[in-house]
Design a protein around this ligand. Structure first.
Ligand code: NI
Length: 169
């Protein structure tokens, strides 16, 4: 995109006007972005669609298009960990009973094996028995997969979950 401009044209505008011009250009560019939206028809069971709409209502998501875009994006992000060479960011989260024999020692040892993947870890004492830990990771998909599998497969680790995020738009 090119503004038809010359030196004289801009010389007459103060900073405020420049800001307005930038805003107009940005708006027209976001307008262009919207033109890239595609419409398509989907056949889906009525009952399933009803459940989906209730779910959207409960979450306050304004429309199906937005929700479906999110689901597709999530799915593609999830697939991305299969792309073993791409840089991924994610969170490993789990709960464990710290009385379980040697579990803290084992978790600590696994984390040290994978220290290069870890940005930070945090520990919360949920109650007398249970601990919640989160580990924020950044590494290649392959390294994160190995690390996650080892942590979540450990006996005594409950409610283990891995949330992958990426820089995908
Ligand atoms: Ni604890």
């Amino acid at each position: 995109m090119k503004l038809h401009s010359n030196g004289i044209f801009f010389a007459f505008f103060d900073k405020t006007m420049s800001v307005i011009i930038v805003k107009i250009v940005t708006l027209s560019m976001s307008g262009l972005k919207k033109e890239k939206v595609s419409r398509f028809g989907v056949s889906i069971e009525k009952e399933l669609l009803g459940k989906f709409d209730k779910y959207l209502e409960a979450l306050g998501i304004p429309n199906r298009s937005e929700a479906i875009s999110d689901i597709i994006r999530d799915k593609l992000t999830g697939e991305k960990i299969n792309d073993q060479n791409s840089l991924c960011f994610g969170i490993i989260t789990y709960v464990y009973d710290h009385h379980k024999r040697e579990i803290e020692k084992k978790l600590n040892s696994i984390q040290h094996d994978h220290f290069r993947s870890i940005i930070f870890t945090s520990h919360v004492h949920i109650d007398h028995d249970n601990c919640l830990e989160i580990i924020v990771v950044k590494d290649k998909g392959s390294a994160i997969s190995r690390f996650t599998e080892r942590v979540l497969a450990l006996k005594g680790v409950k409610h283990g979950k891995f949330v992958l995020t990426s820089l995908m738009e």
